[in-house]
Write a protein of this length. Structure first.
Length: 255
């Protein structure tokens, strides 16, 4: 998959290339999201420090974290209303590779983050793994209880209350690659040792998918010929678009 980041008239800022690497293991869908950003012959590009990024998902209401009080909602026309928070069927919780859980994972750094819960009678886990070659590894997490689940290497200033700042620059002709692994697991939440084995596959310690499947103990992996959006569609009941009408006002952008 290719994309172009441009300004009028147009001025090409960045080219991106994202090969898809989906894999399945019984009861699991594994997607490697690997994107290379290349700056053409321009003056260079700077990614200013901000918590609004960098790689994220918006999950279904059932995988949000239960909360109390009222919530401010906006519809597609920008009209706002206050609604009492309902927690029926809301079962989500976070836990990180560093042993932190719940809402406290926000702004912390971790090698991976696990969001787990249930949709109806089915238990679901969604795990994002960082990669040692990524900027700011282990990444900060912009993971909120209202369903925003994001790894952000560029949010140092907000996440450290101003103690650190990162304005990442790419000079003309240079490139940077970001590598993230998503694991969607059906059934009981995966224990740390199994998630760590999947993380090792990301960083290349486990070189073959069959080796990984034996380490994880959940069968033999097989390649699937489908794209990233289609892979998400295979579990579409846990993933939903940002514009779903239930997002707290500006929550995905401003908190």
């Amino acid at each position: 998959m290719h994309a172009r980041w441009a300004l009028p008239p147009p001025i090409l800022l960045i080219r991106t290339e994202t090969p898809q690497r989906p894999v399945t293991i019984p009861d699991n869908c594994i997607i490697d999201r690997i994107t290379t950003l290349t700056v053409p012959a321009t003056e260079g590009v700077t990614f200013q420090d901000t918590k609004e990024g960098m790689f994220g998902l918006r999950v279904a209401r059932q995988l949000e974290l239960p909360s109390e009080g009222d919530v401010l909602l906006t519809d597609a026309s920008g009209n706002a209303r206050t609604e009492k928070q309902r927690n029926e069927g809301v079962t989500g919780n976070y836990r990180s590779s560093e042993g932190i859980s719940g809402e406290k994972v926000w702004s912390t750094r971790a090698r991976w983050m696990d969001l787990y819960g249930a949709i109806g009678d089915e238990k679901i886990s969604v795990i994002i793994c960082d990669h040692p070659k990524n900027v700011s590894y282990p990444t900060w997490w912009h993971a909120r209880g209202y369903g925003l689940f994001s790894a952000n290497p560029f949010g140092a200033k907000d996440f450290t209350q101003g103690e650190e700042e990162l304005n990442f620059s790419l000079p003309s002709g240079d490139s940077v690659t970001f590598r993230y692994r998503i694991v969607v697991s059906a059934g009981p939440d995966l224990p740390d040792e199994k998630i760590n084995a999947l993380e090792q596959l990301v960083i290349g310690i486990v070189r073959h998918r069959t080796d990984c499947s034996r380490k994880v103990g959940i069968g033999i992996a097989q390649d699937l010929a489908f794209s990233f959006p289609e892979a998400l569609g295979a579990r579409r009941k846990w993933a939903q678009p940002f514009g779903n009408g239930r997002r707290p006002r500006n929550s995905a952008l401003d908190h």
